[in-house]
Design a protein around this ligand. Structure first.
Ligand code: RUB
Length: 305
């Protein structure tokens, strides 16, 4: 939880692997590969929901499985792949901001939930383009990521109301656009994001407000094609209720899922760096931009590595 947001998690993992590759002292190629695989395994276990993490790790590990004459050559290839991913990720957020901003109009009242750099990029770009709108940002219990969001919005000069999560439906009558990020996008267009997103999307659907998701292509989950589910991270109850209180309530179990799933029917648009798409086009992104095809599972994506 030191590093939050699926995009940052992916970049931090790749940067850590890059550091590890620089620190491994061996001239044996298989020892080099195994050490990196071990490090990758540790990183993959840190956050279970953000698909950006396994996608990023697969993208940078892919070149290592090809023919390389020496550890130095493998390291060079690996460094290139890591630098390329970090560049790709940063550019993706910027492009998403440019595309998403076009969907924010003068007079819009926007609700956002959690702290997504991709969603914020859309809002900040729209504001810089001169679009006049205001934002409602939720608190995001239990970790209060909303505090980060309101600070960024405030610093960018965007008029913002800060509300508790349970006030989302109350204010929905005033909202005409919801903008959120994603930790993962399933092949059926369902979006996994911070717990509470699906309630907000449901309230938006009920009140006919548009829902826009800002998500880089590396957040799309290839293995969902095979019916694999995206695991929802459930965090310690202590984040919600201090142990000093819960210890006195032996029949109470605190449940603390960190993410939820919003079905495609409640989403109008997913803005990726390759363009804005309806959620029903998620399969095309997995096939054309991540390079995964049915029948190829188990192999890392190649065309984007
Ligand atoms: C963060 C969260 C964000 C997405 C997208 O959860 O749910 O909405 O990760 O963020 P946590 P970004 O704080 O638990 O990591 O657009 O920055 O990738």
């Amino acid at each position: 939880m030191e590093i939050r947001g699926a995009g940052r998690i992916a970049r931090a993992a790749v940067a850590a692997l890059r550091d590890e590759a620089g620190a491994i002292t061996t001239s044996d190629l298989s020892v080099f590969r195994n050490s990196l695989e071990k490090a990758a395994g540790i990183l993959l276990a840190t956050r279970t929901t953000a698909v950006s993490l396994p996608n990023a790790v697969h993208m940078v590990m892919a070149p290592l499985s090809g023919d390389v004459p020496s550890v130095d050559a493998a390291r060079e290839k690996f460094f290139e792949a890591c630098d390329q991913f970090i560049r790709l990720s940063e550019n993706a957020v910027e492009r998403i901001g440019n595309i998403g901003a076009r969907h924010i109009r003068d007079g819009d009242v926007v609700m956002t939930h959690c702290n997504s750099e991709a969603a914020l990029a859309c809002l900040i770009r729209a504001h810089r383009n001169g679009t006049s709108f205001e934002v409602f940002a939720t608190e995001v219990r239990p970790r209060n990521q909303g505090l980060l969001t309101i600070k960024t919005l405030n610093d960018a000069g965007i008029q913002t109301s800060y509300i508790v999560d349970s006030a989302a439906r109350y204010f929905m009558k005033d909202i005409n656009l919801v903008v959120v990020g994603a930790d993962a996008v399933s092949v059926n267009g369902a979006v996994v994001n911070k717990i509470g997103t699906s309630q907000i999307a449901l309230a938006a659907h009920e009140s006919r407000a548009r829902v826009m998701v800002a998500a880089e292509t590396y957040k799309f989950a290839p293995r969902t094609i095979l019916g694999e589910y995206i695991e929802i991270e459930e965090r310690e109850g202590e984040e919600v209720l201090p142990l000093s209180v819960s210890r006195k309530l032996p029949r109470v179990r605190v449940r603390n899922p960190a993410f939820d799933v919003t079905p495609a029917e409640y989403i109008d648009l997913i803005v990726t760096e390759e363009g804005a798409i309806p959620p029903q086009m998620a399969y095309i992104v997995i096939r054309d931009y991540l390079g995964w095809h049915i029948g190829e599972f188990g192999k890392p994506p190649e065309n984007r590595a």
